[in-house]
Design a protein around this ligand. Structure first.
Ligand code: GLU
Length: 311
């Protein structure tokens, strides 16, 4: 990987100067205050070697990237039983769409659209109170990243609580079908707090390593999930991780990835590396404009698309 450092530096430099940066999300007020000029990238290899560029150590709101971690926890709690309540198909719809829920009896298409992630949050409540579920998510992510400094930004969670009318609608609608087992306020409390996790690219790339390495932390050997579960989470990230932009992301980047409206993307190069990028400006589908471009550049130059693997 001798040229990786130079490639990461090149990409950070290109993104620093890019003019088409997309639009920062403004429907969650604190996110609207983040400068569109920020860009960070972190690549972590199997042996733990890190390659960092730009604002790689700056914490940002990971938003829907958190859905990967909450899904992992929920599968740990109820296993494949989850799939009776959440589908595994791309939605082809916006992240917060409600349309399919009516014809599909309150079963969200996948765990990465908002409706699916709210069901996942409801599953996390099975283990206790909202505060305990939120603490469990934080503990899990800190443990994965090996970093106790990771926090939840309470002001972001409160802003989502105050403005998340669409999420309340999704949750109430699913509850009417019996697909939420706890009060709407509780499931959304967990959901809003997981979305408000503040992490840097470096912390995110470290936390995602189990996905690239057969479910294990490649440095300590600690088993987080089975190899099969890691593969399946990656499959969902590839097909559903960018909402109705997932096809485009797979086409351009060719890696499992999960985006968030904070402008972060976590991507997985199976067996090789995890990558986290952050640039707050979003494209029309709500995914980081420069983040996706940076991943496209990196995957192309390193030959990292999963469709490029030679047996
Ligand atoms: N918390 C955000 C919402 O529910 C997450 C959306 C996203 O990151 O795509 O609207």
């Amino acid at each position: 990987m001798s040229n990786l450092a130079a490639i990461v530096a090149d990409i950070a430099e290109e993104m620093r100067g890019a003019s088409e940066r997309g639009r920062v999300a403004d429907y969650i007020p604190p996110l609207a205050c983040v400068s569109p000029d920020r860009f960070g990238i972190a690549v972590v290899l199997a042996d733990g070697t890190e390659y960092l560029g730009g604002d790689a150590d700056e914490p940002f709101s990971i938003q829907s990237v958190s859905k990967v971690f909450s899904l992992t926890l929920a599968l740990g709690l109820i296993g494949d039983g989850l799939w009776a309540r959440v589908g595994r198909e791309p939605s082809g719809s916006a992240f917060n769409s409600i349309v399919q829920l009516e014809t599909e009896q309150g079963i969200p298409r996948n765990p990465f659209i908002n409706a699916g992630a709210i069901v996942v949050a409801d599953v996390l409540l099975g283990g206790g109170t909202p505060a305990e579920a939120i603490a469990g998510v934080l503990r899990f992510v800190r443990g994965l990243a090996g970093d106790e400094r990771i926090t939840i930004d309470a002001s972001v969670a409160a802003a989502e609580q105050a403005t998340g009318f669409r999420n309340f609608a999704l949750a109430n609608y699913m509850r009417s079908f019996g697909n939420l087992h706890h009060p709407v306020e509780q499931a959304l409390g967990v959901y809003f707090h997981q979305c408000a996790l503040a992490m840097s690219c470096r912390q995110l790339a470290l936390a995602g390593r189990f996905l690239a390495h057969d479910g294990r932390d490649p440095v300590t050997g600690r088993c987080i999930v089975t190899p099969q579960r890691a593969r399946r989470i990656n499959a969902l990230m590839m097909l559903c991780g960018h909402y109705d932009n997932s096809g485009e992301f797979a086409f351009r980047v060719g890696l499992p990835g999960k985006s968030g409206v904070g402008g972060g993307i976590l991507a997985v190069v199976p067996g090789v590396a995890t990558i986290a990028v952050w640039s707050p400006g979003l494209n029309a589908k709500g995914n980081s404009q420069l983040g996706a471009l940076a991943l496209e550049r990196l995957a192309t130059r390193m030959g990292w698309s999963v469709f490029e693997v030679k047996g």
